[in-house]
Design a protein around this ligand. Structure first.
Ligand SMILES: Cc1cc2nc3c(=O)[nH]c(=O)nc-3n(C[C@H](O)[C@H](O)[C@H](O)COP(=O)(O)OP(=O)(O)OC[C@H]3O[C@@H](n4cnc5c(N)ncnc54)[C@H](O)[C@@H]3O)c2cc1C
Length: 687
């Protein structure tokens, strides 16, 4: 026994011979101990512990993360073990979980930063180098020009980032990386994933060329700005759909100075992320398509009934009556271009939804251009914090802070319009007001922009405003579990024929039901996760490959979409094929018999045909908050006694009382434009 021990010690000491010393207390490669490393994962910070012996990685343990269950967690389950067994963080990423894999590798390197041997680097020769990374929507390629060891140009080559959102980050960051000769630049809020992607791609180009990235990643700090006081007639908080429409209307109504305060780097909020779809009864596309059985009254009824008759009928009537004239105003006055087609959302009795060309991004760019052309002043990167009142309680301005730390005081001669959107991204507020869903904690993602945190609601409450319908929070039923965003390929379900099945392979709801009904049913299924199945005929008819190629590619990489035979797609997700086959046969039988005996589906009640099939996993996501500041028909904010607060107006998702218990698809954008204009008219005319 003793002999054996001596031999082991000998063997160990032989291993140590030749190891470079890093620390006076250690003879090995590492100083033994437990170290913490942190990196940004897909869903947020990922923290882990690395235990080192003198010459090996003994243990890698993930301590906390916000990665997506079933996707990122695949990397979390396998990579730590692989790193230990290879005794190196130089491992392959897990397919479908690239961002999480990279985060684990980066966090291990962070924990071991004192020991990681630096790669040999060279001074970069003048030349053009290419780099790659994964963006928000798919692969991104850049060309980096180095001259005199400086980055002189960053050219974005192939990319599929969203035009008008991610593309803005690519433009802005390629400039600021060159200006600062550094990848240590700030990301563009509202387009963070695309910003990180261009930073990674430039880093990749430099590293692949053998350059020393530490020479190019000095953190670029913003210089502190000077405090300012700005006085104008109308001050609008929030540059989304409601805010910019209000700004345009205020100018058209004759206001001399109109200021819009926006906390993000780019305008648009949720409106920029949206399809910009706009339901208007009696519209010009309906006429072209021969739809004559629509009316203001029918629209009014649909909105009220869709919202379970909780909405304020007077406010709903204003939307119904003004939808078409406002769509015409957007088209004729603001030059918003609409497609020649329209869509049909659940709860609307007829197809009446106009669709702007280029969706929300182009809609917002067009409105912003119009507003700037009229002389509206924008203060971006400026976060409004509180309303200023005079001794009578009248709202006379807004206090705000710029990203550079400067304090701004905005004085408003006429009044302030709050247009800050809802609170879909504020988990604390969701939990505080939620009464209808089992939970709305961080386990439920949101389709919203990160900016949508209920600021205007709280600012209004700060001066005594009443809030209404706060418990009514809408979940969107079909979303990508990897991102929480809705799938564009789900238009197949909305506009045509698709089935939803649960983990047991059974249908569980009318696929054409309203958002809340499908969401409620989804939350009752195993793991609150379900699957959508689309046949090859519908894929073709809906032109999914032509329209959504980037999403299809990305979703496959994320491991949330599988295309193949029924056996292949079911096996991929671990859903029993026999059960799905039975479900389809039974459903097709009901189609033949002309009645959905199980869930009462009537729209697009067509058979599921041949493959190859699309099957994608889906979770619910917080989409719209129906509650907010109570307003009257003039968009004046009311206090708890039902009286208007002088000088304070509100429009858009920051308000409550219109959509009741459930907002119908494509009625929010009309709401923003209609009440945005009304708020501006009231404010300019000091109503
Ligand atoms: C993915 C998605 C798709 C959608 N598609 C449609 C659709 O096709 N049709 C439809 O009718 N509805 C749709 N909706 C709903 C609709 O887009 C929103 O309800 C609507 O755009 C809200 O507009 P808004 O102007 O009230 O707020 P937003 O457009 O969200 O704008 C609010 C702005 O206020 C800014 N802000 C917030 N707090 C502050 C602060 N403290 N200081 C300064 N600025 C601040 C934000 O940064 C943001 O720019 C969709 C929603 C989502 C999330």
């Amino acid at each position: 026994m003793k002999k054996k021990l001596i031999l082991l010690v000998l063997a160990a000491s032989m291993i140590f011979v030749g190891c470079g010393k890093t620390d006076s207390t250690s003879n090995g490669k590492y100083t033994p101990g437990t170290y913490t490393g942190v990196a940004d994962g897909f869903g947020g910070k990922l923290e882990l512990e690395v235990e080192l012996s003198e010459d090996s990685i003994k243990r890698v343990e993930i301590k906390s993360h916000s990665e997506t269950e079933g996707i990122g967690t695949k990397a979390i389950e396998s990579l730590p073990e692989e790193i230990v067994s290879k005794n190196s963080a130089d491992v392959e990423v897990v397919s479908g979980a690239t961002m999480t894999s990279k985060a684990i590798i980066a966090a291990v390197n962070d924990a071991m930063k004192d020991f990681v041997s630096k790669k040999e680097t060279v001074a970069l020769k003048d030349g053009v180098y290419t780099g790659e990374a994964t963006g928000y929507q798919g692969p991104l390629k850049v060309e980096v020009t180095i001259s005199g060891e400086k980055i002189t140009e960053v050219k974005v080559l192939d990319n599929v980032e969203t035009v008008g959102i991610g593309s803005k980050a690519l433009d802005a960051l390629s400039k600021s990386i060159v200006e600062n000769n550094s990848v240590g630049v700030d990301t563009l809020s509202g387009a963070t994933a695309s910003s990180k992607a261009i930073i990674s791609a430039v880093t990749n180009a430099i590293e692949v060329a053998g350059g020393d990235i530490s020479k190019y990643n000095t953190k670029v700090e913003m210089e502190k700005g000077e405090d300012q006081t700005v006085t104008s007639d109308v001050v609008i908080v929030g540059a989304g759909g409601a805010g910019i429409t209000a700004a345009i209307e205020a100018k058209l109504q004759g206001a001399d100075n109109v200021v819009v305060i926006e906390k993000m780097d780019i305008t648009g909020g949720n409106t920029r992320m949206s399809g910009g779809e706009f339901a208007a009864p009696g519209n010009w596309v309906q006429k072209k398509e021969g739809i004559t059985d629509d009316s203001v009254d029918q629209y009014y009824k649909d909105i009220l009934e869709g919202g379970y008759n909780i909405g304020n009928p007077d406010l709903v009537r204003i939307i119904a009556e003004n939808a078409l004239p406002t769509a015409e105003w957007l088209r004729d006055e603001c030059k918003v271009e609409f497609k020649d087609e329209q869509s049909w959302y659940g709860g609307h009795k007829v197809a009446r939804t106009l669709w702007p060309k280029g969706d929300g991004p182009q809609y917002m760019d067009t409105l912003e251009e119009k507003a700037r052309g009229l002389g509206v002043e924008f203060y971006l990167q400026t976060e409004a914090e509180e309303l200023i009142t005079d001794e009578s309680g009248k709202v006379v301005g807004v206090n705000a802070t710029h990203k550079n730390g400067a304090k701004y005081t905005f004085n408003a001669n006429n009044g302030v319009i709050l247009a800050t959107g809802g609170f879909g991204k504020n988990v604390e507020m969701r939990q505080k007001y939620n009464k209808n869903w089992p939970t709305l904690d961080e386990s439920i993602p949101s389709t919203n922009s990160p900016a949508i945190t209920g600021d205007g609601i709280e600012m209004g409450q700060g001066v005594g405003a009443n809030v209404i319908d706060m418990e009514h929070i809408q979940l969107y039923p079909v979303n990508n579990p990897a991102t929480g965003n809705y799938y564009y390929i789900d238009y197949a379900r909305l506009n045509s024929t698709a089935l939803l099945v649960n983990k047991e392979g059974k249908r569980f709801v009318n696929e054409k039901g309203t958002r809340d009904v499908i969401s409620d049913a989804t939350l009752k299924q195993t793991d609150s996760k379900v699957y959508e199945i689309i046949d090859a005929g519908v894929v073709k008819e809906q032109q999914l490959y032509e329209k959504y190629a980037a999403e299809i590619e990305q979703a496959q990489k994320q491991g949330v979409l599988k295309i193949g035979t029924l056996e292949e797609v079911c096996e991929y997700f671990g859903v029993p094929t026999d059960s799905v086959k039975e479900t389809i046969e039974h459903y097709n039988g009901m189609v033949e018999a002309g009645k959905d005996e199980d869930f009462g589906r009537t729209e697009n009640f067509n058979k599921i045909g041949e493959g190859p099939y699309f099957m994608f996993s889906s979770v619910v996501s917080v989409h719209h908050t129906m509650g907010g500041l109570q307003i009257d028909e003039s968009a004046r904010v009311l206090n708890k006694d039902g009286n208007a607060i002088a000088g304070l107006y509100a429009a858009g998702e920051v308000t409550g009382g219109i959509h009741g218990g459930n907002r119908l698809g494509s009625v929010a954008v009309p709401d923003t434009a209609i009440f945005g204009r009304i708020a501006a008219q009231s404010c300019v005319n000091k109503k």
